[in-house]
Write a protein that binds this ligand. Sequence first.
Ligand code: NAD
Ligand code: 6OD
Length: 484
Amino acid sequence: MKELQLLIDGEFVNGEAGWFDNVNPVNGEVVAKVAHASAADVDRAVQAGKKTMLGEWGNFSIQERGALLSKVANRITERFDDFLEAEIADTGKPKSLAANIDIPRGAANFQIFADQARSFGSESFMQSTPDGKGAVNYVQRVPLGVVGVICPWNLPLLLMTWKVAPALAAGNTVVVKPSEETPSTATLLAEVMAEILPPGVFNLVHGFGPGSAGEAITTHPDISAITFTGESSTGEAIMKIAAEGMKAVSFELGGKNPAIIFEDADFDAAVAGTLRSVFTNCGQVCLCSERVYVERPIFDKFVNALKVGAQSFVLGDPYDSETSFGPLISKEHREKVLSYFDLAVEEGATVICGGGIPTFNNELDNGFFVEPTIWTGLPENARVIKEEIFGPVCHIQVFDSESEVIEMANDSEYGLAASVWTQNISRAHRVSQRIESGIVWVNDWYLRDLRTPFGGVKRSGLGREGGIYSLNFYSELKNICIKL
Ligand code: NAD
Ligand code: 6OD
């Protein structure tokens, strides 16, 4: 059986805390043994990161770091099929999805920050002084130090590289912990990093959260910053710990995202876009729409069209070219999603489609599949409309006016992403500007320009990453004042 090790100071090693299993969610089989890092392993990783900051890595210019990141991007592209296979083994997501989104974005995340590094400048300020000689101030951007990178399981390579690349571009070193559910692409990335970067720049530790490697990272006194993507409650727990020692934090957290479809929308585009925004990656994307609002004149037609679309997904083996819909990540996560399916019925939902476990009559019955599910008929205070489910499900609500739908969309503790479907340009601006959310897409969903600020408001996150916004987080400004 495959063994996935840690990378500490340039060496692949076993973990002091033993091994844990990596399970394939398509059929429930164990596919690899994963080295479990102890707190002492995490400490060695942090010390390696500190050592190279003071030595080889610390002496590279930002242009040299950029050139190395380009090499990493190229190497991911050269090993595309290895990364693809590893991502599918961990997540069970359809090959077409991983091949079009996850792996290309893994490479693109390094390339964008390699490019950004080449044009990273700083400001200077001329100052007059009482003696008339003057002074010049220049602003230096210095790395934060060793950055702890803690990642979730839904888009494992994409979300890890989205944080690792800018952290390295800015001159930091990293100790990375992937989700315990998805250790494989991180381990492949460690192989690439070990080929290209000096030892200690990229350190990989596997493990869990509380009482394990995650906690060891967040509590380590020599970690300067924590960049985290995951659940809002985990972010809150990490923030409390990070307060001690004043670690900088950047958080991408949960969502309960609205999709708003006006009567004047391009109907077919809105249906196709909403099918994507609700069901991509089995609904396991923080940006997915779990609340869909449709204007009354097109409500029945839209509900029916979304149902037809949801029922046309092909659930199955990720390598089958017909498959458009994979399993949930784990047995535990499926239990959580199914508990919301039960709760919706208790709360009085009309089940338009789905709501159960599909049957395959083969080994896929041991996997963690659920049916694409649509509900209507619930009041806005129903728990399934308030709480993040993170599965292939949405509730469709009817609305009669712009002000009503804006109020409903904003009545949430989350504020990550919204999509608005209308052909009225004034309405598009009016509504987008009033939605409380880090990102609003008009007539599309998950259209990304990696230079733009990405992040959430309310319980959906803290800070913005992307382009220069990432480099701002991963570096500290220092002013140097020189009397002339
Ligand atoms: P999670 O919070 O359970 O775990 C994320 C990571 O944190 C894992 O590596 C886990 O081991 C670690 N962890 C858990 N508890 C910890 C602790 N106390 N201290 C340190 N580390 C800890 O999240 P998940 O279930 O892996 O991911 C799904 C969640 O992530 C959803 O809520 C989703 O919305 C959110 N998410 C948000 C974004 C975004 O960009 N806003 C992106 C992806 C996922
Ligand atoms: O596309 C990205 O950069 C990004 N951070 C996506 C997050 C998706 C959440 O699951």
